[in-house]
Each structure stands twice: as structure tokens, then as C-alpha cells.
Design a protein around this ligand. Sequence first.
Ligand code: ZN
Length: 248
Amino acid sequence: MWNEHRHEKQDPRVAAIYPRGIHEAIAEPLRALDGIEACTATLDEEEHGLTQAALDTTGVLIWWGHMAHGEVRDDIVARVKKRVLEGMGLIVLHSAHYSKIFKALMGTTCSLKWREASDKERLWTVNPGHPISAGLPEHFELPMEEMYGEPFGIPEPDELVFISWFTGGEVFRSGAAWRRGNGRVFYFRPGHETYPSYHDKNVRRVLANAVRWARPTVRIADVCPNVGPLEPLPPDPDAQSRSHIGHR
Ligand code: ZN
């Protein structure tokens, strides 16, 4: 569980809701589940806590960030992206729609409309057979959340799991899933820092389901190998000229 961990240090309202940080609020209930070991990393740690050794032992990475996307080192973003393409799962939360890693994996703006006001959010489970919907009601509400509205600048999701409606009238694709290389990516919308959304039981269930869904099944490094044939080949009339141009 990776967290920027800045709002909690700077805003007493956020610290009151998440006294041990958003990362602990998310990691702690995951730790209580069978088959999940959850640890945390934050922006201000050495290499943001995302060393190659840490990523090598990570099956699923959850990402929360907002005010300091620009401080995340580009070489570490590339390292995380490489691990996703190899098979690591990535769960992107709320304002991390604008994180470098999400934009790098989506290839689009990832922009949206937003409003910090008094909206209620109602999430509709539009894909009840999806593993991330397991045990969730047809819809559930968060009494107060920041509004995010369409159009959301994402590529067409491979699977859409939740759609949100807000009191002000907007709708938003709030739970969307993609495959990127061998890895699975899930974006989940709730989690503005001044609201206690990560204490909500349905939100916690979504995150637990998403971690299980995003677990790697393989780890395949990008080595682009030059290989010999499986079967004997006929004589190659161009073999000599190909050796001159150094064909891979
Ligand atoms: Zn927010």
C-alpha cells in the first residue's frame, strides 16, 4: 500500500480521520484477511519505499496520491510500470487518477470534472458477477464525498464494475479494470482525504476483492529473445546478407 502521506501531516482534519495515515487505514483491514500480507510505503521514504527489492516481493500495489504527483521520480514510475507489465497488479485510488503511473499505463489524459461540496455518492454495482463485486449490494452510498464527473479521460475499460451517481447530478465510471501486459489494473474512485471513505465497510470489501482479483498469475520479464526454430528450416537464401546487417 503506497501513500503520498502529505495531507495527513499538513491538515488536522485529515489527520483526525486517518491518524496513522491513509496507508494504514487501508493496509490494516487487509492484513486481517487470510492469504494477504499487507505492508506500506510512502513518498518520503528512500526511493519512495519502492525499491526494486520491494517491488520484486509485491504481488499487488495500491496507490494513493494527490498533491505531490510531480515529486514521484520518473525512474521509479518506470520501475513500477515494468513490474505491472511483468504481471504485478495495480490498484489506483481516487485522486491518483492523475498520478504518473496511472497516466503512463493508460496513455490518455485521465482528466475528469470535480467538486468539493456536499454531494452524496451512490455507487452502482453494474457487473455483479465480477470478482470485485463479490458480496456487495446492488448499490451503496457514501454520505459525503468529493464529486468526480464524466467525461473521464481513460481508455475504454476492459471491464466496468461500478458507476457512481452524485447528488449534483453527475455520473462517473468509478470502478474500471484493464489488463496491461501481464498485469491487472483497477481504478476505484472513492477516497477524498477529508472524508472517512476508507473506513466504510463496502469500500473495504471492494479493496479486498480487488487485491485478490489483481494478484499476479505469472511474472514474465520483457527480454525480447532471439530464438532458434522448433523444427528444421529449409535453406535460407538470405542468410549471408542478413548476417551482414546484424539482424536481430
Ligand atoms: Zn479528492
